[in-house]
Each structure stands twice: as C-alpha cells, then as structure tokens.
Ligand binder design. Sequence first.
Ligand code: FES
Length: 118
Amino acid sequence: MKMDQSDQQSALCKLSDIGVAGKEVRVNTDAGVHWLMIFHREDRLTAWQNACPHQGRALNWAPDKFLFSEEGLLVCCHHGATFDLANGRCSDGPCKGAQLKAVEVVVNDGEVFLKVNQ
Ligand code: FES
C-alpha cells in the first residue's frame, strides 16, 4: 500500500484508543481510500486491511464494532468467516485458508503510524 505524503506524517490513531475489541481507521493512499482494522491484544499490535477475503467487504458491523468468537477469533459479520489475529488466516467459513492482508504499523510516542515503504 503506497501512502500519500500527508499520511506519512499523520498518526492513524493513538495506541490507547485501540482496545482488544479493535479500531477501524481510514487511510488515504495513491489508489484511494482504504480502511484498516487494528487490534491490540496480549501486548501485540496487529493491523489488517479491513476487507474480508471472501467478498472484500468490511468485517465489522458498525464503526469500531467487530465480532469475536468465544475462542477470541475475529468473525466476519457477513457470512461468519473466522480469523486468527496472530496470523490473519481464516480458520473456518466460506474463505477457509485465505488470508487477511497484513499492514505494518509502528508506534511512536503512543501514536500508531503506517510503516513507511511497505
Ligand atoms: S464477506 Fe466475510 S465471510 Fe463473506
């Protein structure tokens, strides 16, 4: 994902705004607007394009509202595909074995930025 110059200098959000339930973030890129989802679980920050491998739809059902299984897997709100946030892999559902697209982020002074040159 190639970023606009302005995005290289703007934080996506504050680290403290990301709970275990996740946060949805809008990013402007050369190719248009992208939506990311960021999770902070067990001291690990992971970020993904918010596009389900099944039909490319956003996984959340409302802004910043993501579903999780009892086992802690992310569940797509449309057709129930489940994803392991440790690796982004779909463990069950209509796109079983497919992969969420990871996005590299870095934290600086408590704010989350896209990693430049990805
Ligand atoms: S769009 Fe996510 S499971 Fe169908």
